[in-house]
Design a protein around this ligand. Structure first.
Ligand code: ARG
Length: 476
């Protein structure tokens, strides 16, 4: 007979290489806390429903708490022969408390057990990701306020387009992250559903109380179909897709940071502590953090693709393929949290080269739209004004000057509608100030955005406190 916990029907032990191939303990051990919390709730429920004795439940709970303490003290030997975290813990429990340990798995399968652990784990980590998103949002708002008046060129096609506030640019990322925060809120809600009690796939013959377990682990809802409960990996796919979108946002910010600190742009300077040098070229200061975040984006998107592909052709209910959900999601969690944390630090340490940005909006034609808008306000149809401003730009390029260098006579020659006030109208500050439409780049609108951003952060804080309160002390 095989020595395995399921060894009864086997005449031989598992081949050593196969054993190693199928084991998940190497990575699922990080769900030890969730596994123990779930088992404690399960044991309490079994006793309450008269399925095991109160005495056995007490011994099981005490034994599990001892195992938790051992794991946290680094005194637990995880064994590949015991396949996964579930059987590692159960085996140790039985060694510690004897026969009562063998009653814990009554009315339960590893299929609903692993689903429970993963739900608890993702639910907790979703909140951790949201906290890091909040931290980066905070860094963006602080920096936007610090450089509130700094003007830079806004780009389309990576060509200078119109002057904008640097703060406005940063706050665009704030808004993107606000949607990411919200998306992870959705992931939280879909992880907040209790699968235990589904058994292997069909439910159980024992008179269990799933509501009791739901309440003990502070779940918002219960899976109402046992097949779905053990087969569902939607919440993992959702986490990975929210994580991928978030990383795509960070990757765009990274790309811009890399451009901005190139010699060609020189818009910002990163803190020395956030960059590295070259082993060969003494002058180099490389924006590694941004490059790595941009690079790691591919890795997180890869995990999403892997998960979608794994689940795509699977029949119901549990299949071992589903064990492949873990390494990707764990790596995505680590990658996303780390990337967010380092980026917040990078933004906080970044110095903005106001003078260079200023030069980029004056020694250029990003005020050409404002010249056209000026004429429109004097009564000219926009299409015609566009042509006049275009001619003005053309003339300047021929003469090697900029719009602000044109004389009053030059302007009058272009159109009699031009008055003395045209010079004022095409200053970068005026261009910015006048874009006062809702959500525009004007000082007033940006101040409103900062105010709204702070209110949103306050509200996000409340949500997180609420989430945290609901899942704290799962082992009590
Ligand atoms: N380690 C397994 C996993 O992560 C646990 C569930 C195993 N279930 C089974 N029927 N072999 O998916």
């Amino acid at each position: 007979m095989s020595e395995a916990m399921w060894g009864g029907r086997f005449a031989k032990s598992t081949d050593e290489m196969i054993n190693e191939f199928q084991a998940s303990i190497g990575f699922d051990k990080r769900m030890y806390h969730e596994d123990i919390a779930g088992s404690i709730a399960h044991a309490r429920m079994l006793a309450r429903c008269g399925i095991i004795s109160e005495e056995d439940a007490k011994a099981i709970i005490a034994g599990l708490k001892g195992i938790l303490a051992d794991i946290e003290a680094g005194k637990f030997d995880f064994s590949v022969d015991l396949e996964d975290i579930h059987m590692n813990i159960e085996k140790r429990l039985t060694e510690a408390i004897g026969e009562a340990g063998g009653r814990l798995h009554t009315a339960r399968s590893r299929n609903d057990q692993v689903a429970l652990d993963t739900h608890l784990y993702i639910r907790r980590e979703t909140v951790a990701v949201q906290k890091e998103i909040e931290n980066l949002q905070q860094a963006l708002v602080e920096t936007a306020e610090k450089y509130r008046d700094v003007i830079m060129p806004g780009y389309t096609h990576l060509q200078r387009a119109q002057p904008i506030l640097f703060a406005h640019h940063l706050l665009a990322y704030f808004s993107m992250l606000a949607r990411d925060f919200e998306r992870f809120g959705g992931v939280y809600r879909r992880s907040d559903i209790m699968p235990l009690g589904a058994g292997a796939l069909a439910g159980t013959t024992f008179p269990i109380d799933r509501k009791f377990v739901q309440e003990a682990l502070h779940f918002d809802a219960i899976y109402t179909n046992s097949l779905d409960a053990v087969s569902d990996r939607d919440y993992i796919m959702e986490f990975l897709s929210a994580a991928s979108i978030l990383m795509v946002h960070l990757s765009r910010l990274s790309e811009e940071t890399i451009l901005w600190c190139s010699r060609e742009f020189s818009f910002v300077e990163l803190d020395d502590a956030h960059c590295t040098g070259s082993s060969m070229m003494p002058q180099k200061k490389n924006p590694d953090v941004s490059e790595l975040v941009r690079g790691k984006t591919g890795r997180v998107i890869g995990h999403l693709m892997a998960m979608l592909t794994t689940v795509k052709g699977l029949p119901l209910a549990y299949n071992k393929d589903l064990q492949e959900d873990k390494e990707g999601i764990f790596d995505a969690i680590d990658t996303v949290k780390f990337s967010l944390a380092v980026y917040a630090q990078l933004i906080r340490g970044m110095k903005v080269r106001e003078d260079v940005m200023r030069r980029a909006v004056t020694e250029d034609f990003s005020n050409a739209t404002d010249l056209a808008d000026y004429l429109v306000k004097k009564g000219m149809p926009f299409r015609k004004a566009h042509a006049v401003a275009g001619t003005a730009v053309h003339e300047c390029i021929e003469r090697g000057i900029y719009l602000e260098d044109l004389s009053y006579a030059d302007f009058k020659h272009l159109s009699p509608l031009f008055e003395e006030d045209v010079k004022e109208a095409i200053l970068p500050e005026t261009c910015v100030k006048n874009r006062n439409s809702l959500g525009g780049t004007s000082y007033e609108q940006v101040d409103l955005q900062v105010k709204a951003a702070k209110a949103l952060l306050q509200q996000a804080n409340e949500t997180l406190k609420d989430y945290e309160a609901r899942q704290k002390i799962l082992v009590d």
